[in-house]
Design a protein around this ligand. Structure first.
Ligand code: PLP
Length: 393
């Protein structure tokens, strides 16, 4: 084993038993190059992060400009900072009226932690309802609302008073009551292997929240920012949450999370107790500059509106490929169902050898994921399709 690999495996904490071990040199657009000069098509976009491609020049330029002005100057929420304010304005410009007040944090899991706290604080209630097979993050609070026993085992006790409903089962909604502070769900379940809500289900959840006074939280950490063919996945259903959480692609390649609500709801965090959520680095000016540029790019380019047709193109190519049992897809987010863990493993490894990065789902081992940058071209999609078919054969 090379020194670098050995150091990576021993000096850097590891939780993945099968790390990919690509030794990264540089990245641009759809591609990552390793130190030997091998080029990879990044068909997962760093797990739904690089929606506008790697190292988008406008993001890089915005970062450089901000670096020349100032880095961290103060903890979140005390000083007025250009890039923070610009990001808040830009987010408000692409969101409905009741989602105009954003609080920027450091990651998706922190956004969900804070969203759950906000629901409790606003309603004065203690119970949270989530969905089975959901993924909301790896810290204690988010893990508590993650509907995955295996992930939770080994870390108990977790947060009390969490109940789980079944995604797309309207009959299970009775657990949402006047005791419920918030209902958190991924608008489209990602890690469950890409499960879309039925229109009836998502409307019924909204109705139940309205009837009981519980706040509806949509976690769009993975499916937001154009991934599914709309800026936000909830736009497909015309159902608007009380709190929205974002992360991943929002930062244009930089680490970020956001929880977003109305001023009225958000403002309850300023008293009883004061400083209801605190972060030193949340809203870091360089990261906000990157996120702001990322939103600009998504507004300027046609990529979001092309996500559906591009997704359909790749789906058509792969539908009849050997061993493909089902393709579940939303825009440019795919779960390719092969029905066998071993087959997924073999195909993903073969693709990697041929210079194409696919990836597993945390809790759906019989399918593999594809979530390429939205900026991918039709020719690149055709080339990727050819490689994947070859690896499936
Ligand atoms: N929520 C969803 C739906 C996710 O997919 C993820 C990460 O994959 C998270 C939350 C956690 O985000 P992070 O890894 O930035 O903490």
């Amino acid at each position: 084993m090379s020194d670098r690999k050995e150091q990576f495996l021993t000096l850097q904490g590891q939780t993945s038993p099968y790390p990919y071990l690509i030794d990264v040199d540089r990245a641009e657009g759809l591609y990552i190059w390793d130190k030997s000069g091998k080029r990879y098509m990044d068909m997962i976009a760093g797990v739904a992060v690089n929606n506008i491609g790697h190292n988008h020049p406008k993001v890089v330029e915005a970062i450089k400009q901000q670096v020349d002005k100032h880095l961290h100057v103060m903890v979140y929420g005390e000083y007025i900072q250009d890039s923070q304010l610009a990001l808040a304005r830009n987010l408000a410009s692409v969101l409905p009226d009741n989602l105009h007040c954003s609080y920027i944090v450091n990651s998706g899991t922190e956004a969900n932690e804070a969203a759950v706290k906000l629901a409790k604080r606003y309603t004065g209630r203690q119970e949270i309802v989530s969905c089975r097979q959901s993924y909301h993050g790896s810290t204690h609070g988010s893990l508590s609302v993650t509907g995955n026993e295996t992930k939770q085992s080994g870390f108990k006790p977790l947060l009390p008073k969490i109940q789980f409903i079944e995604f797309n089962n309207i009959d299970s909604l009775d657990v949402i009551t006047e005791q419920t502070a918030g209902v958190i769900l991924e608008t489209i379940q990602g890690d469950a292997g890409l499960i879309k809500p039925t229109q009836e289900f998502i409307e019924a959840v909204r109705r139940k929240c309205d009837e009981t006074g519980a706040l509806l939280i949509f976690d769009e950490v993975q499916v937001g920012m154009g991934r599914t063919g709309k800026f936000f996945a909830f736009e497909h259903y015309g159902v608007i949450p009380d709190i929205l959480t974002l992360g991943k692609a929002l930062g244009g390649g930089m680490p970020i999370g956001a929880f977003i609500s109305s001023y009225k709801i958000m403002n309850t965090l300023t008293h009883n107790p004061v400083l209801g959520h605190i972060t030193t680095f949340g809203g870091h000016p360089v990261i906000c500059a990157a996120a702001n540029a990322c939103i600009d790019v998504l507004k300027e380019e046609d990529w979001i509106s092309q996500a559906e047709s591009k997704g359909q193109l790749l789906e058509n190519l792969l539908t009849d490929a050997p061993g493909v049992l089902e393709i579940r897809r939303a825009g440019l987010f795919f779960a390719i169902e092969l029905g066998s863990v071993e087959r997924v493993q073999a195909v993903v490894e073969k693709c990697l050898k041929q210079g194409l990065i696919g990836f597993w789902f945390l809790s759906t081992p019989t399918a593999f994921r594809l979530s390429p940058p939205l900026s991918i071209t039709e020719n690149e999609l055709k080339e990727a399709g050819k490689i994947i078919i070859d690896c499936l054969t």
